[in-house]
Write a protein that binds this ligand. Structure first.
Ligand SMILES: [Zn+2]
Length: 523
């Protein structure tokens, strides 16, 4: 046994039970948010990250990095990446964790004020979706930004501390460290973002000017008078209701879990075991969102959801089970560390399946929509999907562009930089003389830093995967060959192949914005 192999075997043995315990504790805390479960979750997290912080192991791995071939070399490399952010000096790490949780707590407690009354995020979103009163809308939008002013100094301080941490590990700043940690090439990222910008800029401008004309009519003003509060959410990150297609009536009285089970079963990807272990319906004291978790990398995969019979939950179940079938598809012969996935590829798979809920073929074959109606809907569904991609891509350009500026220089005029990006990419005009840290109102900047680009990559790769599925299996719905192709090319290798090579291997080409460009032309 080589030194490298001995090291990674030992690390696997130490990490595996702790990761298992941490995942179980995370699951328990989410299905039942009791104080006891939360305490267990924190303890399990600390035990797990304790191993990742092991300096001796990290340095020993460093000495064998580059000396081992094949899978052993790959495991050394991955383990080093996994441990990298945990090598920050303890005192600095503690300050970062403390400040992050303080900011997170402030986000949870903060309430904006509209018409003299405190409102939560749901109420702000409701006003921006429904209200016909521009004054009320403006107040709601302003209320959505007050949390930014409350946390901005701390978020700026977090950026300084994260940069300091990155520099102790030999990286330029936190942006560079995060990319290195995720095996992302910075130059390639910048190039891809520039291409995504170019591919979406003109169709977005076209789509948005039609939207603006409708909004100006709705609010009885000139297009030039439109401001951020005329759009349907605080950051203009979602497709406005009037641009979408209401599919909810199709799902009334339907069992969306059965629809999802049937979708995967028909392509040879059984999800019965996942569903048996899952917690799928709303209940008091339980997390209100949805996620999929691979508990043990050995077949115990679970989904948490709050299913009701509507279109959104049909899509969400397909999305989460898309993560789930990926986790069940790793080659069982791979070592524990490699039976995992990069966020870009698993998100791509989940988005690929989630999108089915808005596609004609699935609605026809699985939900039983009559073909005349389905044909009628098809054009509108495609246009809505294209618009959704456009809105999301432009918004991702804002967030990613901003984070580069933030970490390049936390002392920069961030308020101005934010609005410069919003104006350029989203074509949204700031309120006159706006001077406020509106960037800090986006919780991701504080607690999920340098992450947004993985969503964008995931959505690009999801589009890219459709080409081989179409060419070699005729599509995805009801094609067992499609399931087999995904298992063979995308799932089985786990982390043994770098994510960008895996994209090439699974889709037949390197990551490319070309499918995005084609898709958004339908908006
Ligand atoms: Zn997902």
């Amino acid at each position: 046994m080589t030194v490298g192999l001995a090291l990674v075997e030992e690390a696997d043995e130490r990490l595996r039970p702790l990761a298992h315990a941490r995942n179980v504790a995370w699951w328990d805390a989410n299905i039942d948010a009791s104080e006891e479960n939360e305490r267990c979750r924190r303890a399990a997290e600390l035990a797990y990250t304790g191993v990742l912080a092991d300096r001796e192991l990290y340095e020993a791995l460093g000495r064998s990095d580059g000396r081992e071939d094949g899978l052993v070399g790959r495991r050394v490399e991955l383990l080093r990446n996994l441990m990298l952010p945990h090598q920050v000096p303890d005192s600095l790490r503690e300050r970062i964790v403390e400040l992050e949780s303080a900011v997170e707590g402030r986000f949870a407690r903060h309430r904006g004020v509209v018409r003299g009354a405190e409102v939560d995020d749901n109420e702000i979103k409701r006003i921006l979706r429904e209200s016909e009163d521009p004054v009320e809308r403006c107040e709601a939008w302003e209320a959505s930004k007050t949390v930014g002013a409350a946390v901005a100094d701390d978020v700026r301080e977090l950026a300084r501390l994260r940069n300091e941490a990155a520099r102790t590990l030999g990286h330029r700043d936190w942006f560079a460290l995060s990319l290195a940690h995720d095996e992302m090439d910075e130059e390639k990222l910048l190039q891809t973002l520039a291409e995504a910008d170019r591919a979406t800029s003109e169709p977005f401008a076209r789509w948005k000017s039609a939207l603006d004309r409708r909004l100006a009519e709705r609010f009885r003003c000139e297009v030039a008078d439109l401001r951020p509060w005329h759009y349907a959410d605080p950051f203009f990150q979602d497709l406005p209701v009037d641009g979408g297609v209401d599919l909810d009536p199709l799902f009334a009285e339907k069992d969306v879990v059965t629809l999802a089970r049937r979708t995967f079963g028909a392509i040879g990807l059984e999800v019965g075991e996942i569903l048996n272990r899952s917690d799928l319906f709303p209940r008091a004291g339980k997390c209100q969102h949805a996620f999929c978790i691979d508990i043990d990398r050995g077949g115990d995969v679970r989904v948490l959801a709050n299913v009701t019979d509507n279109h959104d939950w049909a899509g969400t179940m397909l999305h989460e089970l898309g993560h789930g079938v990926y986790d069940l598809g790793f080659d069982a012969g791979l070592p524990w560390l490699l039976r995992d996935t990069h966020l870009v590829t698993t998100e791509a798979c989940a988005l690929l399946f989630g999108a089915l809920a808005s596609e004609r073929e699935w609605l026809e074959r699985v939900v039983g929509l009559a073909s005349v109606e389905a044909a009628e809907l098809e054009g509108r569904l495609r246009a809505a999907r294209a618009a959704e991609l456009l809105v999301f891509a432009r918004w991702s350009l804002v967030v990613t562009g901003f984070e580069r500026i933030l970490y390049a220089n936390p002392e920069a005029d961030l308020d101005a930089a934010w609005w410069e990006l919003v104006t350029r990419h989203q074509l949204v005009r700031p309120p006159e003389g706006r001077r406020a840290p509106d960037w800090a109102a986006k919780i991701h900047v504080a607690v999920a830093p340098v992450y947004y680009h993985t969503y964008l990559y995931g959505s690009i790769v999801a589009l890219q995967l459709r080409a081989p599925l179409r060419a070699e299996a005729g599509g995805l719905v009801d094609r067992p060959e499609a399931g087999a192709l995904l298992v063979r090319r995308l799932f089985r290798p786990g982390l043994s192949v770098r994510w960008d090579d895996l994209v090439r291997q699974a889709s037949g080409r390197p990551l490319s914005v070309e499918p995005l460009e084609r898709e958004v032309a339908a908006a």
